[in-house]
Design a protein around this ligand. Structure first.
Ligand code: DI6
Ligand code: FE
Length: 401
């Protein structure tokens, strides 16, 4: 045995459990990066390393299933503009917004992008994140999108963290393709998705399906192409208006539909039928001072898994703290702290296609764990900004990041 955790207060988040089902005095045995046994006693004499958790709470490592961590530049000026009364859509139409970050990101080298991302990643790590999804989408050329994906992957060699990458070339129409969005979609389908699939630079493809992004027809073209190349799909859908992107994502067995403030009943039904995860991004809701609430009661009623993520990005969610998002999911959307914890563990794992490997404490699962300096699991949603993480374990290795 490589590692044994003793005297842990466990919240396993195994399916079927309702309530936290907290269990005290538990041991977890870990070998070759995987959890091999859970119980009240294990054969710890043979373990190479033993950690006494001293009764601390142990949960699965947290999973941030939606971020835009790689970018250059800063948009504090737009924050100021918005508070002086200019709406986000207008800033974006004037070449600000996403396109402002695109021009800064194009000028940065892959190495510079890695350096800029590290402090953001460290924020997430301090909040207990062991797996993070990172999207491209600020390059919008073949070369710059590939550069972003490579920079995202390179973070794995800098910190003890698992990175999942998503191609979001359809994030905005690049300035060179102004009024020629369909040609840009063709470029993505013909020259980007095949390379990304071939070089395994991403496992899924995302589209910003919105009036200021791409319409349903363009979104479907990308989804069809991604599927043909063996990549999963995801959507930024129903964030600012209801276009039907969520139902389209569900039609392509999407891993997740994200934002969904404007989701209607038919969109909820489509999610229920496909098993697609509903990812809530309360940071963007809060930062844009949105008032339209995602349809939480209906999602709950249909037992649609709800994930929670930071959406970390320079324009609409500059918050590198997944615990803060758990708190916001509770205070702004009315999730229970238990739903919030499932949202950043088992449901977030499903949103990345890792539902049978990560996000739960179960034999056979990856040994990605957090040991917390808190007593009750609700504390993880209740408190913000306190140094409550005691230790993080990724693939059975204790992290000292
Ligand atoms: N929706 C968002 O909230 C972010 N992207 C998206 O499609 C915003 C990204 C940005 O403003 O830079
Ligand atoms: Fe996003």
């Amino acid at each position: 045995m490589d590692l044994v955790l003793n005297n842990a207060r466990l919240v396993t988040l195994q399916p079927g459990n309702s309530g936290y089902q907290t269990q005290d005095n538990q041991c977890i045995a870990i070998d070759h990066g995987k959890i091999v046994a859970i119980g009240t006693q294990t054969s710890q004499q043979q373990a190479k390393q033993v950690i006494d958790c001293e009764g601390r709470l142990v949960t699965p490592g947290l999973i941030d299933c939606h971020t835009h961590l790689i970018f250059a530049g800063n948009r504090a000026n737009e924050f100021e503009m918005r508070l002086n009364g200019v709406p986000y859509t207008e800033i974006s139409q004037q070449g600000g917004g996403i396109l402002a970050t695109v021009s800064a990101t194009r000028q940065a080298s892959e190495q510079e992008l890695v350096e800029l991302a590290l402090p953001r990643l460290d924020g997430l790590i301090r909040s207990g994140v062991t797996s993070v999804e990172i999207k491209s989408g600020y390059g919008l050329t073949v070369a710059d999108e590939l550069k972003m994906l490579r920079a995202a992957k390179a973070l794995e060699s800098q910190r003890r963290i698992k990175v999942t990458t998503t191609l979001l070339a359809a994030h905005a129409v690049p300035p060179e393709y102004r009024d020629r969005a369909d040609e840009y979609i063709d470029l993505i389908c013909e020259h980007l998705i095949p390379v990304v699939a071939q070089e395994k630079l991403a496992t899924s493809v995302d589209v910003f399906c919105e009036s200021i992004g791409f319409n349903l027809e363009q979104t479907e073209k990308i989804f069809r192409c991604a599927t043909e190349h063996g990549l999963s799909v995801k959507g930024h859908t129903e964030q600012l208006s209801n276009l039907g992107g969520t139902a389209l994502t569900a039609k392509y067995q999407g891993l997740s539909a994200d934002h969904i403030e404007y989701l209607d009943d038919s969109g909820v039904d489509a999610l229920a039928a496909s098993g697609t995860v509903a990812t809530l991004l309360p940071g963007a809701f809060y930062f844009l001072r949105e008032t339209q609430q995602p349809p939480i009661a209906k999602l709950r009623d249909k037992q649609i898994p709800m994930a929670i993520a930071t959406d970390f990005n320079p324009g609409t969610s500059p918050f590198a703290d997944l615990g803060l998002m758990m708190n916001m999911a509770c205070t702004l959307f009315g999730l229970t702290p238990e739903e919030a914890l499932r949202g950043v563990t088992c449901h977030a794992a499903n949103a990345l296609g890792y539902g049978s490997e990560r996000g739960q404490i179960q034999a056979g699962y990856d040994a990605d764990l957090c040991i917390w300096n808190v007593q009750h699991p609700a504390d993880l949603s209740y408190q913000v900004g306190l140094p409550r993480l005691h230790q993080r374990i990724v693939n059975g290795e204790v992290s000292h990041d």
